[in-house]
Design a protein around this ligand. Structure first.
Ligand code: ADP
Ligand code: MN
Length: 297
């Protein structure tokens, strides 16, 4: 084959249906193509402020199968969409997939499917909060089965978030843990403002969180002066994000919206209130983690 792109299973897939591949050196991932998701990525190219909260989209890829031995034309294999790997470049990536929004069935779901999905939503914090942790990878923390996350309640979900941030504390410092949480809050508030200003419906979509729990990398970035609080850098909305490079983020953390298999642009229909309400509840939970707890009596 002229183009032999190496596809391997993604090592850091924290949730979902599987089948997500890393491409070549791992800066790009390939996700099995679903037309609705491809359409959402392509339509989002028109909206720079929303696109800034998505992984970079590089188009589609079709795997070729066979053909090498007998010299016949290769057959078309599975199709993928190619996306920026949000977890690339981290030394000790702590990754979490959080589903946003209390409705998880699409606009064209059959009444039966809608009913099933309504019931399913009510069995997790999706129904109550519009926030559900699907899974996480935290170096140094005990791995939990996906079912454990599904069974969390509005009371216990905070503990799971605390678990996600525990590596920042144990591997870097308590100060770094607070920095990471605060940065994520700022990012999610920015995203909520953008989502309020566009007309989308995003059902069963997620936020993918990643931060680095590497002390060595933290120390390096701090000494290079890159680790500054976003609130101090006077981020303005009018800056055009056409040329995004390393300097635009501190490189220690990132949160982006992913999984648009049930997402649509809906001109004329107003903003996605259920999605925004999930983001608001998420911010509230993250804020609660910053409150200094009194020791129990
Ligand atoms: P599904 O439709 O199967 O739920 P997702 O888009 O949610 O697919 O992806 C499943 C998992 O793959 C995510 O939980 C995450 O771990 C990983 N993943 C997806 N997109 C990216 C990305 N752009 N960068 C890094 N990891 C990703
Ligand atoms: Mn998913």
């Amino acid at each position: 084959a002229l183009c032999e792109t190496q596809l391997e299973a993604l090592e850091h897939q924290v949730a979902g249906h599987g089948g997500v591949m890393r491409v070549g050196d791992g800066k790009v991932i390939a996700k099995p193509l679903i037309q609705r998701e491809q359409e959402f990525y392509e339509a989002s190219a028109q909206c720079a402020k929303f696109k800034a909260f998505m992984p970079e989209y590089y188009g589609t890829l079709q795997q070729q199968v066979g053909g090498a031995a007998d010299g016949n034309a290769t057959a078309a294999g599975p199709s993928y969409i190619c996306l920026e790997n949000l977890t690339a470049g981290y030394e000790k990536p702590c990754i979490m997939d959080v589903k946003i929004g209390s409705r998880i069935y699409d606009i064209d779901a059959t009444p039966e499917k809608a009913e099933r999905m309504l019931k399913k939503a009510q069995e997790s914090t999706t129904g109550s909060l519009g926030v559900r942790i699907c899974g996480m990878i935290v170096p140094g923390a005990a791995e939990q089965p996906r079912d454990w996350f599904r069974k969390l309640t509005p009371e216990t979900i905070r503990d799971a978030f605390a678990m996600y941030f525990s590596a920042a504390d144990s591997m870097v410092s308590a100060e770094y843990r607070r920095f990471v949480i605060k940065q994520f809050i700022l990012e999610i508030e920015d995203l909520a403002a953008v989502v309020r200003s566009v007309e989308t419906r995003m059902y069963a979509s997620s936020l993918l969180f990643v931060y680095d729990a590497s002390k060595a990398r933290y120390d390096r970035l701090v000494s290079e002066g890159q680790c500054s609080s976003k609130s101090d850098s006077g981020d303005s909305d009018d800056s055009d994000d056409a040329e995004e490079d390393e300097e635009s983020s501190d490189g220690l953390l990132d949160v982006k919206a992913i999984d648009f298999v049930h997402s649509h642009w809906v001109p004329g229909q107003g903003y996605d209130e259920l999605y925004v309400s999930g983001l608001e509840n998420l911010v509230e939970i993250l804020r609660s983690l910053l409150v200094i707890e009194e020791p129990a009596g």
